[in-house]
Design a binder for this molecule. Structure first.
Ligand code: ZN
Length: 414
């Protein structure tokens, strides 16, 4: 196993230990390796040197919440979900995403029964970490775009979930409203199964949120959206960012949509300043992601993309986010004036830590999977690598066009 091809990336700056450092990146057998024993013990030289032109190398982006894209809707294209995931996986690498959790909104039982077994981790693009099941155990008062008739209560503990989903094997994240699990027993059972419990689409108060966190919940779903607004006497789930009733060893993360539209830049700054280590950038993108300007018939709805925003066709009603994750990283950096490294960590280290995968994903540490992106100083994706192999390279003329008129210039993000 130690005799695989040895790649040396030179003339680059690496995101490592919360810093940008001038160092080479060494890759073998799909892993990032420590070059020292290779020099001294094996006396091995690189088989290939790759000059990065002083670019930044960051871990590949990890997307925890995406409903679809490129014309595919994971929740509605039920019979072809495996092909749909493959298609999106192949496109996401153009945004620097190397792994993701396809997200299924509140659905009828037959949808879960059909979709969940079709999901496998292997694609020819970004890797699937498992599903994010958003619903059906959510509050009808904060349902957002979820179909109300499919929302359920938890009346028989964890068995209710096993029955609803029919199979928990491919679930990585489950978003539920904590008020539907008043004792926290379901949250605890899911956590013990290795499933990340996320809190959202909820009218919970702060103490209900704290009880869920004490029972293992470690993520808040799209902070500020589909939850009670912050109130100074009961700050609701937003208050978890500054709670002192969370066990010291317990971390709490929150997804946030930084598309320049769904979360105001001032709200991004509040979240960032209150709890920087928990911030995770998510797109929550819909099927119109990546389709370009114009009208697109999607499901029962006709959508229209105008100036980088998705509307219900012929109206000014926004119908979901379509900013790719690399765009969200750039918008977030601009809105908060944070460092380059921190903005990158919000799409890499933080989601990996939330899923307890930071040993293998979300860092460029020795032993981690060689999933990474090569970026310009302005954080445009030049190339994407998975398991040490280049899976996407942006053509120079495309890169020039992207940087000349980035989508974030069109957003209300400053
Ligand atoms: Zn949602």
């Amino acid at each position: 196993m130690s005799q695989g091809e040895l790649l040396q990336f030179v003339n680059c700056r690496l995101v490592r230990n919360h810093k940008l450092i001038q160092e080479d990146l060494w890759v073998r057998n799909g892993k990032i390796i420590n070059p020292e024993p290779v020099f001294f013990d094996e006396k091995q030289r690189a088989h290939q040197q790759i000059d990065c032109g002083n670019s930044i190398i960051a871990p590949g982006y990890i997307e925890l919440q995406i409903n679809g894209g490129y014309g595919v809707d994971f929740s509605y294209d039920v019979d072809t979900v495996a092909e749909g995931i493959e298609k999106v996986a192949k496109e996401l690498i153009t945004n620097g995403v190397t792994s993701f959790c396809p997200t299924i909104v509140t659905s009828p039982p037959e949808t879960y029964r059909k979709i969940i077994p079709q999901v496998t981790g292997t694609t020819t693009g970004a890797q699937v970490l498992g599903l994010h099941l958003e619903g059906p155990f959510i509050s009808p008062q904060k349902k957002g775009a979820h179909p109300e008739n499919c929302i359920k209560d938890i009346d028989n503990g964890i068995d209710t979930l096993v029955e609803a989903y029919s199979n928990l094997g491919n679930a990585k994240i489950i978003t539920l409203a904590p008020e539907k699990d008043p004792t926290g027993a379901v949250t605890k059972a899911l956590t013990n199964m290795g499933i990340t419990v996320a809190l959202g689409h909820s009218i919970a108060n702060l103490s209900q949120g704290e009880l869920a966190v004490q029972n293992g919940a470690r993520l808040i779903t799209h902070l500020f959206n589909a939850m009670l607004p912050f109130h100074h006497r009961d700050p609701g789930l937003v208050g978890l960012l500054a709670s002192n009733n969370i066990p010291p060893a317990q971390e709490i993360f929150f997804g946030i949509i930084a598309d320049g539209i769904h979360t105001h830049p001032a709200a991004l700054r509040i979240a960032h300043r209150t709890h920087p280590d928990g911030l995770i950038l998510v797109t929550d993108a819909i099927a119109a992601l990546g389709l370009g300007e114009g009208k697109h018939p999607l499901g029962q709805l006709e959508m229209e993309v105008r100036d980088g925003k998705a509307f219900i066709a012929g109206t000014n009603t926004l119908c979901g986010s379509i900013a790719p994750l690399d765009t969200c990283v750039r918008i977030f950096k601009k809105a908060t004036d944070c460092s380059t490294v921190y903005a990158l960590e919000c799409a890499t280290l933080h989601p990996a830590s939330c899923l307890k995968m930071a040993e293998t994903k979300g860092t460029l540490n020795f032993g981690a999977d060689a999933d990474f992106v090569i970026l310009t100083d302005d954080l445009f994706v030049k190339s994407t690598w998975i398991n040490g192999k280049c899976v996407y390279r942006c053509k120079p003329e495309e890169l020039e066009a992207l940087t000349a008129r980035p989508i974030e210039q069109l957003c209300e993000c400053t």
